[in-house]
Design a protein around this ligand. Structure first.
Ligand code: AMP
Ligand code: MG
Length: 322
């Protein structure tokens, strides 16, 4: 049995779609749609719907497509939740640090403090009747980098099903979403390998079995730079304006919706291991796998039969509260 793989570089990453039957038309529709969605959501180009909102900050509301509105609405809701580590209004800081771009550098602390004043998610004003978004302070910027890929993965799944493509695996540079049962295993589970942090080639440390679910990983090795022997990665602390600093190298969230997985992989990364475990204890519908800097893999709310350790340098512990 072999897959037909279609891939393109989009959203600054390799996007791949694997199908069990050749279907050039479906692939063309999928990649065309991803491009269309990216064109509206990106903040890495001068023109997009989100850039129009950002450029009008402090000036006037901007009308956007209904899906862009809903995405910002959901991102705002999680951003204003108590103790959230996810903040969709973090754009000014992301642009200041430029982490993951060639000219990334450690900004002056005064600049960071100044940008922090521009990241209050309560100042995103939404008008549901008119589908407009208004950032109340000049210099504010929305950044959907921690949610957009998840949203797009879910949209691709809907498009595939609409075209009667019922078996597929989608990978948006670390956001993996499976559709239907895997034809490769008797139990229908797909095996998803989680890569060793910072490894240059493909080296899975652990394999997770999933069905009709998504696995989204946020990690400190995805985008980073090193200055004066210090490692600065792309997930910023909404409270301090600096990269979040804790014991974790990555968090992978297993969930039905890839968008939820994307939101929570960023949020749980920020919470760190202890607070995440308490959080997941109260949220049994959410499952996650944490990789720590000292080579521990902590699995929460996942049946141990669905996890296989590959790299024996790591030690697994399992918490199950469900
Ligand atoms: P992810 O890989 O999903 O955790 O998303 C990280 C990306 O989201 C970064 O590259 C930034 O564009 C943006 N970002 C950084 N820090 C945050 C944060 N605390 N909350 C929301 N988005 C963030
Ligand atoms: Mg995310």
């Amino acid at each position: 049995m072999r897959y037909f793989e279609y891939s393109q570089t989009l959203m600054g990453t390799k996007v791949s779609l694997q199908l069990i039957e050749k279907n050039d038309l479906a692939a063309k529709i999928i990649f065309g749609s991803i491009k269309m969605l990216e064109d509206k959501l990106t903040v890495n180009r001068e023109i997009s719907e989100v850039m129009s909102i950002n450029k009008a900050a402090g000036k006037h509301p901007v009308g956007v497509s209904p899906f862009v509105f809903t995405l910002i609405e959901q991102a705002k809701a999680i951003s204003i939740a108590k103790n959230s580590c996810f903040n969709v209004a973090i754009g000014a800081l992301v642009k200041l640090w430029k982490i993951g771009f060639q000219n990334g550098n450690v900004p002056a602390d005064e600049q960071i403090q100044y940008c922090l004043l521009l990241t209050n998610p309560h100042l995103i004003r939404l008008d549901k009747q008119k589908y407009t978004v208004f950032l109340e302070k000049t210099g504010m910027e929305i950044d959907l980098g921690a949610i957009a890929k998840g949203y797009i993965a879910d949209a691709i799944k809907k498009l595939l099903l609409a075209q009667q493509v019922n078996t597929a695996i989608i990978n948006l540079g670390g956001n993996v979403l499976t559709v239907g049962d895997s034809p490769l295993s008797a139990d229908g589970y797909w095996k998803i390998g989680l890569q060793k942090p910072f490894a240059k080639s493909s080296q899975p440390i652990v394999v997770i079995k999933i069905k009709n679910k998504s696995v989204v990983t946020s990690g400190i090795y995805e985008r980073f730079f090193i200055e004066a022997n210090q490692h600065y990665h792309h997930i910023l602390d909404p409270k301090t304006g600096y990269p979040l600093d804790n014991e974790l190298q990555s968090v992978s969230v297993i969930s039905h919706s890839s968008m939820q997985g994307d939101i929570y992989s960023t949020h749980l990364y920020g919470l760190g291991i202890e607070k995440s475990i308490s959080y997941l204890q109260e949220t049994p519908s959410l499952a996650a796998l944490f990789v720590t800097k000292d080579k521990k893999i902590i699995v929460v709310n996942i049946d141990s039969s669905l996890i296989q350790l590959i790299n024996k340098e790591y030690v697994i512990t399992n918490h199950s509260f469900g």
